[in-house]
Design a protein around this ligand. Structure first.
Ligand code: TLP
Length: 348
């Protein structure tokens, strides 16, 4: 059966050329900082993000957790967006491991109004925790892969800065934002203290994320990574595909964005679907069903080889990526139409 897997860009299979770089990679023990391939990748990442240094870690979740721990002390409060990945889908590591108090505020397409941020910052008072960090997600996954522009970043960071907060960007998909806006990634994080990004999403690597920030911050992060069991030895086997990805896989994200638009416009024509096309800015398509249950639609799609995620009782997420062609999108749309018709018929 033909499979079109739109569950996530995390399902990408690395291209052969990327995997071949592993065999050629010069390796060493990275805990001793002796892996030249890791050092090369970290230097590339730091340069791309306009920061002093970078650190290779195992995953986006680990990158965010380490970053929070490096910026805060236990008992601090951190401000983040209500639907952010860190708050909802990182197993509560923020509270359980970092020991900080999350203070969620509602944003619009991931952007938090500076006035709302300011209102959430605790006063200097003996009764209150200290607010020490603002977390921003770019692109914002649950909002539909929406972009936080440099101007929006500046507005949020200005208020954070005014009150002495640090700013960390969960840039799991920051290259999608940069490519869509046609700006350098560093432009999106110049007002932030740190940024993490994933190699294993749209960039199609098998493993890995990077944290970028000041030398001092990265040294702290390196020690925390070791404490969390994330110190790796011949990690050049992870870094080599990462280098390949930074050199070859960024520009092609455009294709994923085009395919996401085709998918979204196709879905918008289906009566059962309710979609806000403004939110389709990169490679994520999130939409509501008017009367059908998402789990029923997902099951019917799955039995026909099209995979997607039910993210709420009537909400579905589809993500385009390296493994998805325009033809796959057209095929998935046809299957989706067929499934909706069948399920609607059953309703009556
Ligand atoms: N997101 C995954 C799942 O966890 C839902 C996905 O399929 O979208 N930040 C953001 C914005 C993310 O979307 C994700 C992963 C992470 C961090 C965590 O990255 P990993 O999965 O590498 O720990």
């Amino acid at each position: 059966m033909r499979i079109v897997d739109l569950r996530s860009d995390t399902v990408t299979i690395p291209p052969r050329k990327m995997l071949e770089t592993i065999l050629e990679a010069e390796l060493g023990d990275d805990v001793y900082r002796e892996d030249p391939t890791v050092i090369k990748l970290e230097n590339m990442a730091a340069e791309i993000m306009g920061k002093e240094a970078a650190l290779l870690v195992t995953s986006g979740t680990q990158a965010n957790l380490i970053s929070v721990m490096a910026h805060t002390k236990r008992g601090d409060e951190v401000i983040l967006e209500y639907n952010s990945h860190i708050y909802n889908f990182e197993v509560g590591g923020l509270a359980a491991v970092a020991g900080v108090l999350p203070r969620p505020i509602r944003g619009v397409m991931g952007f938090m109004n500076p006035a709302d941020i300011e209102a959430a910052i605790r006063p200097k008072n003996i009764h209150c925790p200290e607010t020490s960090l603002l977390l921003v997600e770019n692109t914002h996954n649950r909002a539909g892969g929406t972009i936080i522009t440099p101007k929006q970043m500046e507005a949020m960071c200005n208020v954070a800065r005014k009150h002495g907060l640090k700013v960390h960007v969960d840039g799991a998909r920051i290259f999608n934002a940069a490519v869509a806006l046609n700006v350098k990634p560093e432009k999106l994080v110049e007002d932030a203290d740190s940024v993490s990004f994933c190699l294993s999403k749209g960039l199609a690597c098998p493993i890995g994320s990077l944290i970028c920030g000041s030398m001092e911050f990265i040294e702290k992060a390196r020690k925390i990574r070791k404490m969390l069991g994330g110190g790796m030895r011949q990690a050049g086997v992870i870094a080599a595909p990462g280098i390949y990805a930074l050199e070859h896989m960024i520009d092609r994200l455009k294709e994923d964005h085009e395919n996401a638009k085709i998918l979204a416009y196709g879905l918008a024509k289906i009566d059962e679907v309710e979609i806000d096309l403004k939110t389709v800015q990169t490679n994520i398509v999130i939409f509501n069903l008017k009367s059908l249950k998402a789990e029923d639609v997902i099951a019917a799609l799955q039995s026909r080889g099209v995979k997607a995620l039910a993210i709420e009782p009537r909400k579905i997420r589809m993500v385009t990526h390296f493994g998805i062609t325009r033809d796959d999108v057209e095929y998935a749309l046809n299957i989706f139409r067929e499934v909706v018709e069948i399920l609607k018929d059953k309703q009556y």
